[in-house]
Design a protein around this ligand. Structure first.
Ligand code: C2E
Ligand code: MG
Ligand code: MG
Ligand code: MG
Length: 283
């Protein structure tokens, strides 16, 4: 009896494994086709300057408009793209499209500068020719390098440090800015922060979420803002949803913020209106 039950459980497990695998393979070939057919989209979330309340730029966030499954979020397909290596051409597309769009908006606004942030996976960053790819995209789109920000997680800074340092130096030499995404969730040490040519700390949403609720998170956020200031780095708070969080961050001297409180990530047409017509950004 026990044996058959175990077999049953195991068969069920195998079936789920198989279904999961089939779904993954389907998604992988669908994603490859989507990239070729042009079914990927970028949504844009504004970055707000907390001193002036102006939209100074956007973060480009990938979306997959799937023919039968609808809009698929990046947490579902970026890991697949990373595991299969598809992230390399996909990431190049994202970079190109985000830069092209930034140049178009800036031109439409009479040359008003616009900062565009693009997320970069470790797998992309690890390509020896990554800096050349970025340089090529800047040249193709006419994007001024200093208006591009590449966001990377702390894991990029933590692995194989010598090679990574060289890669970061090559990227910095192009004239762009580098940000650490989801800062505070990884393990980057203060020594790395000083050693690597990073310009911006993006304070992870999990700290912002509990601002004013948990004293520890409030203290940590304050510490990150101070750390940024003393290292000459800009600080961007992620995931602001409420006025209280905004007020606390402004009090701490955090420079920039993103979050649903200001705007969700929106399709290009809407983001263009936000930038060109002057957003009605809540105070
Ligand atoms: P991320 O770079 O940390 O982006 C911030 C995520 O938080 C976005 O989710 C955004 O929609 C969400 N968010 C922004 N404000 C708020 C808020 O106030 N409240 C809440 N609850 N969430 C907020 P999204 O667009 O689903 O992206 C998830 C992650 O997928 C990104 O995290 C990034 O790591 C990755 N990703 C997105 N696009 C790309 C891409 O083109 N390339 C790579 N490599 N990764 C990407
Ligand atoms: Mg990001
Ligand atoms: Mg983030
Ligand atoms: Mg995040």
């Amino acid at each position: 009896h026990a044996k058959s039950a175990g077999g049953g459980v195991f068969a069920g497990y195998r079936a789920r494994m198989r279904d999961g695998l089939i779904e993954r393979l389907e998604l992988e070939s669908d994603l490859r086709a989507a990239l070729e057919r042009g079914d990927l989209r970028l949504h844009y979330q504004p970055t707000v300057d907390l001193a002036t309340h102006e939209v100074v730029g956007f973060e480009a966030l990938a979306r997959w408009s799937h023919p039968t499954r609808g809009m698929i979020n990046p947490i579902e397909f970026i890991p697949i793209a990373e595991a299969t290596g598809l992230i390399v051409p996909l990431g190049r597309w994202v970079l190109h499209e985000a830069c092209r769009q930034a140049v178009a908006w800036s031109e439409a606004a009479g040359g008003r500068p616009l900062k565009m942030s693009v997320n970069v996976s470790v797998r992309q960053f690890d390509q020896p020719e990554f800096a050349e790819t970025v340089a090529a995209v800047l040249a193709e789109t006419g994007m001024p390098a200093d208006r591009l920000c590449l966001e990377m997680t702390e894991s990029v800074l933590m692995t194989d440090t010598e090679a990574n340092l060289e890669q970061l130096v090559r990227l910095k030499a192009l004239g762009l800015t580098l940000a650490i995404d989801d800062f505070g969730t990884g393990y980057s040490s203060l020594a790395y922060l000083r050693r690597f040519p990073v310009d911006t700390l993006k304070i992870d949403r999990s700290f912002v979420e509990r601002l004013g609720v948990l004293d520890d998170d409030t203290a940590l956020t304050d510490t990150i803002v101070r750390l940024g200031r003393s290292l000459g780095m800009a600080t961007v708070a992620e995931g602001i949803e409420e006025f209280g969080q905004l007020a606390a961050l402004r009090e701490m001297g955090c420079g920039y913020a993103q979050g649903y409180y200001f705007s969700r990530p929106v399709p290009a047409a809407e983001a263009g209106r936000l930038f060109l017509e002057g957003a009605d950004i809540p105070a």
